[in-house]
Design a protein around this ligand. Structure first.
Ligand SMILES: [Mg+2]
Length: 74
C-alpha cells in the first residue's frame, strides 16, 4: 500500500464513522498533541510498539491535513 492509498482508506473509514475533520486547525492541534506523545515515548523509553503507534498517529493526522488541502504526500 502506498501513502495515497493509505490516505484514501483512512478517509473512507472516517466517512463511515462520520468523523471527518471540519477544519485544518483542528487537525493541526491533534498533530501537535501526537508530536508531544512521541516526545513522551522517547523520554520515557517506551516500548518499540508504543513508539511505532505514535508514529502511526502522526501519519494519521498528517494524512488528514493532506486530505483537507488536497496534497499528495508522495
Ligand atoms: Mg498518540
Amino acid at each position: 500500500m502506498n501513502l495515497e492509498e493509505l490516505k484514501e482508506k483512512q478517509i473512507a473509514q472516517m466517512k463511515r464513522k462520520k468523523c471527518l475533520p471540519k477544519t485544518d486547525i483542528e487537525v493541526v492541534l491533534h498533530l501537535v498533541e501526537e508530536v508531544g506523545e512521541i516526545c513522551e515515548a522517547i523520554r520515557e523509553k517506551q516500548t518499540r510498539k508504543e513508539f511505532e503507534g505514535e508514529i502511526a498517529d502522526i501519519l494519521w493526522q498528517l494524512n488528514k491535513i493532506c486530505w483537507i488541502h488536497n496534497i499528495n504526500l508522495e
